[in-house]
Design a protein around this ligand. Structure first.
Ligand SMILES: Nc1ncnc2c1ncn2[C@@H]1O[C@H](COP(=O)(O)OP(=O)(O)OP(=O)(O)O)[C@@H](O)[C@H]1O
Ligand SMILES: [Mg+2]
Length: 368
């Protein structure tokens, strides 16, 4: 069993506090991704789990055992970094075998473990080559092989794919997901790329300014973002955030008048807002339709025809509020013209001035 519990982790560098009260319970065999913008504390948190950095306060429990004071090698973890630091003069076999040589493992046991890792990572026919003779993706797999042979309880990855080109990253994403299934191991993966987070994670931790904004399954974060930050971080193109004024609150929800003139009654809990409050209405570009009887007019500035979809960038209202719609590939639109769009109130998210979402009425139970 390799559960990973973080209890009230805080970290300061001098007077700068970079992690605030982090509480996370990661399950055995779970693939958890830490995602967030640069500087939000992802690597610091991972390094604290690894024991490469000491928390200012808080506990790290791996498999039920408190390892907060344990040396990195005693924690049963293994970490793969962005720069994979292979030894250029050693073969692939010796690079993978390196931690086992340090442990002075018996030769036949060592050979068996290296060959098993190489098999999983499809490096069997590369074992005699030097790192310089490999592609970027293959080199990254060697680095992962070096962490597999140690049979860690928990794998930690810090942006392992960011040095690879886009196509290779796509391939490696799939390979890492397969590896997770094959190894049946607990994995914590750091990235600032929300697509990696969405595609690989069982659950995602969104970090912002050293705090956990939300921890949940990818589609839970997509459909039910708890904050404006999560809403705009998850999903591509980003969610539109349209300024609006509360016109009234009743049992049906919150009536708003949005920038651009649309008046909607949104089925959300209005107990924290009242008439005259400023809110923001979040609408995903993919939830917008081209509709002559619609409720939003957009001045189309730029059209990106991707084939299957037309990403339409423009403005609504008189104050330059930007708006993006993902419409059909052949949508009848021209740059510089007006278009009428419709949105459904069921697809709208409403955020108060504090950035927290107004809970939806009758929010459907999420099936994980
Ligand atoms: N050794 C250190 N001394 C002082 N400040 C540090 C140190 N390491 C990290 N920090 C600060 O802690 C904050 C979090 O850094 P961290 O490296 O964890 O961010 P990150 O989320 O991994 O960012 P990135 O996506 O750019 O890798 C930053 O403000 C950084 O400047
Ligand atoms: Mg980092």
């Amino acid at each position: 069993m390799a559960t990973l519990d973080l209890n009230q982790i805080n970290k300061s560098f001098g007077s700068a506090k970079v992690l605030h009260d982090i509480d996370l319970a990661i399950q055995d065999k779970e693939f958890v991704v830490f995602v967030g913008p640069s500087g939000c504390g992802k690597s610091t948190l991972l390094r604290i789990i690894a024991g490469l950095e000491e928390a200012t306060s808080g506990q790290i429990i791996i498999g039920g055992e408190d390892v907060s004071r344990a040396h990195p090698v005693e924690r049963g973890i293994s970490m793969v970094f962005q720069s994979y630091a292979l030894y250029p003069h050693l073969s692939v076999f010796e690079n993978i075998a390196f931690p086992l040589r340090v442990q002075k493992l018996a030769a036949d046991d060592l050979k068996e473990r290296v060959e098993r890792a190489a098999g999983i990572l499809q490096l069997t026919d590369k074992l005699d080559l030097k790192p310089g003779q490999l592609s970027g993706g293959q080199r990254q797999r060697v680095a992962i092989g070096r962490s597999i042979v140690r049979n860690p309880k928990v794998f930690l990855f810090d942006e392992p794919l960011s040095n690879l080109d886009a196509a290779l990253r796509g391939d490696m994403r799939v390979e890492l997901s397969q590896l997770h299934r094959q190894l049946d191991a607990t994995m914590v993966y750091v990235t600032h790329d929300q697509i990696e987070a969405m595609t690989m994670a069982d659950r995602i931790v969104v970090l912002n300014g050293g705090r956990v904004e939300q921890f949940g399954a990818p589609m839970e974060l997509y459909h039910h973002p708890a904050t404006k930050f999560v809403a705009s971080f998850i999903g591509q193109p980003n969610m539109n955030l349209v300024p609006a004024t509360v016109e009234g609150v009743d049992a049906n929800g919150v009536a708003v008048s949005m920038e651009g003139g649309a008046k909607l009654v949104l089925p959300v809990d209005g107990s924290n807002v009242s008439k005259g409050d400023r809110v923001e209405v979040g609408i995903r570009p993919e939830n917008v339709k081209l509709d002559p009887n619609g409720n939003i007019d957009i001045s189309v500035r730029v059209l990106e025809r991707l084939g299957g979809a037309s990403i339409t960038y423009g403005e609504i209202g008189d104050n330059g509020t930007k708006f993006c719609a993902s419409l059909g590939g052949d949508a009848k639109l021209v740059e510089g013209a007006q278009a009428r769009l419709s949105i459904s109130v069921d697809d709208c998210h409403v955020f108060g001035e504090d950035g927290n979402v107004l809970r939806r009425k009758n929010a459907p139970e999420l099936v994980a």
